[in-house]
Design a binder for this molecule. Structure first.
Ligand code: TRP
Length: 445
């Protein structure tokens, strides 16, 4: 086989996988879904989903990738189960659909970086900020330009290849981002009336847990951890044999959850302090954070750096999504990496344009009561990814011989596994059943 390239260091692997996981899912999607789904109750269900499904599926998916040593579809052929490669192809399709709306929001982060650089937020009231977001996001051209710009940057990085492109760009960033969100969170909880926001976040009202809330919390867990569609399978194929995937999984899940919680602490106290509606949807973060910056000494400089960091974390996520398609085209159709990345990006353009326009001009086009943007978001996180996760559990738990899986995870006994029996039990019995129940729950309403 051709030289596929590997992640060079252990830190590099965690940085790359965490880079994929941490992104708009934590800072944009988690807070707005939490706001729409009743706050703390959603949060609690989300954490349960992370433990019962997130951890086992993530570990299963990465070990599957490392054992297969190929792209999401080719891995199953390499493991002697060619029919299952359909699951990998479903993942490739899913990557296109996610990128369809993800690039749009990624473009918004670029626009907000420019606005921060021009000191545009200064003097704007929360009402002004909401109006300016609405004017931008529903525009026919501007958000498409920023989305395509983001696409081009992603495509360039992916063309350079796994080691140079992905690992290096992920590595430095996480600690800095962490510090910035903590500072934001501190400013937010010290605003007048912040207590209400913390109550909303941490005091669950169990009456608010409905089938819908559970389904969207599960979707968010899959989305935020980048699992269930072959992304971590592809990354797993670049991980060397001696890496302890138990540790990688724990570290990534911890980092991902912490960033999401901190983002929520940075947002909700401010939302309540400003008297805004926590359930206002996708615009929540873009309206709230500039207001928090306005309340900080040196806030305008802070805003510039924060949005730049957001651009880069978003980039490490779009890279991981484009990598799924690039590895597939490259290995299954024998394309050079650069060409595969360009072809994959070009195919994606019409979807990105439609998703962006569906927030304005094309808002009247409804698929299952959603505009195109929401439709892409919902079918991927609530159908494709849970289904993918379920099938990954079945494959890893029931089709792959347990002995082989253990041998690979423990590198033939050289790595001491701490949670093997719990993991194997969850993958075989718990995760698939819970996914199935939540999944079917939506049809029983
Ligand atoms: N997890 C990323 C985020 O939270 C988005 C992402 C990257 C993703 N790769 C993925 C989502 C694969 C689903 C599947 O922003």
């Amino acid at each position: 086989m051709e030289n596929r390239g590997n992640f060079a260091t252990k830190l590099g692997i965690i940085a790359a996988v965490a880079g994929s996981a941490v992104g708009l899912g934590n800072i944009w999607r988690f807070p707005y879904l939490l706001g729409q789904n009743g706050g703390a109750a959603f949060f609690l269900v989300y954490l349960l989903c992370v433990v019962l499904m997130g951890i086992p599926v993530m570990m299963a998916e990465m070990s599957l990738g490392r054992m297969g040593g190929r792209n999401a579809s080719g891995a199953f052929k390499a493991l002697g189960r060619p029919k299952w490669s359909l699951l990998g192809k479903m993942g490739v399709l899913c990557a296109f659909l996610i990128l369809g709306f993800y690039y749009v929001v990624a473009g918004w982060t670029l626009e907000y970086t420019f606005q921060a650089i021009k000191f545009d937020f200064i003097g704007q009231t929360p009402g002004d900020l909401a109006d300016s977001f609405a004017a931008f996001s529903t525009h026919n051209i501007r958000p498409i330009v920023t989305a395509v710009a983001f696409m081009i940057i992603t495509c360039l990085v992916v063309s350079f290849g796994v080691k140079k492109g992905i690992e290096n760009s992920s590595r430095m960033l996480m600690p800095i981002l962490f510090i910035f969100i903590i500072v934001l969170a501190i400013r937010s909880v010290t605003l007048p009336g912040a207590m209400e926001g913390l109550k909303f976040l941490f005091k669950p009202d169990f009456g608010k847990i409905t089938a819908d809330v559970v389904l969207s919390a599960m979707g968010q867990a899959f989305f935020s951890l980048s699992i269930g569609m072959g992304c971590l399978l592809t990354y797993g194929s670049y991980v060397k044999k001696d890496v302890n995937l138990e540790n990688t999984t724990f570290q990534v899940v911890t980092i991902d959850s912490l960033v999401a919680v901190l983002a929520a602490i940075a947002i909700f106290p401010a939302v309540f302090s400003m008297g805004l509606d926590p359930g206002q949807g996708p615009q929540l973060v873009f309206v709230t954070l500039p207001h928090v910056f306005n309340q900080m000494p040196g806030g305008s400089i802070f805003a510039i750096i924060f949005f730049l960091l957001l651009v880069v974390t978003t980039l490490t996520s779009t890279i991981s999504l484009l990598e799924v398609v690039t590895a597939y085209f490259g290995e299954e159709f024998n394309m050079k990496r650069g060409k595969a990345a360009v072809v994959a990006s070009l195919i994606n353009v019409p979807l990105v344009v439609l998703a962006s326009l569906s927030l304005g001009q094309l808002g009247h086009i409804q698929l299952f009561h959603c505009n195109i943007f929401d439709f892409l978001d919902k079918i991927t996180s609530q159908i494709f990814m849970p289904l993918g996760g379920l099938l990954i559990c079945i494959f890893v738990g029931w089709i792959l011989p347990g002995k082989d899986l253990h041998e690979s995870l423990s590198n033939k006994g050289k790595i001491k596994l701490r949670i093997w029996s719990v993991f194997y039990f969850l993958v075989r019995y718990v995760s698939p059943v819970v996914i199935l129940l939540i999944f079917l729950g939506q049809f029983l309403r």
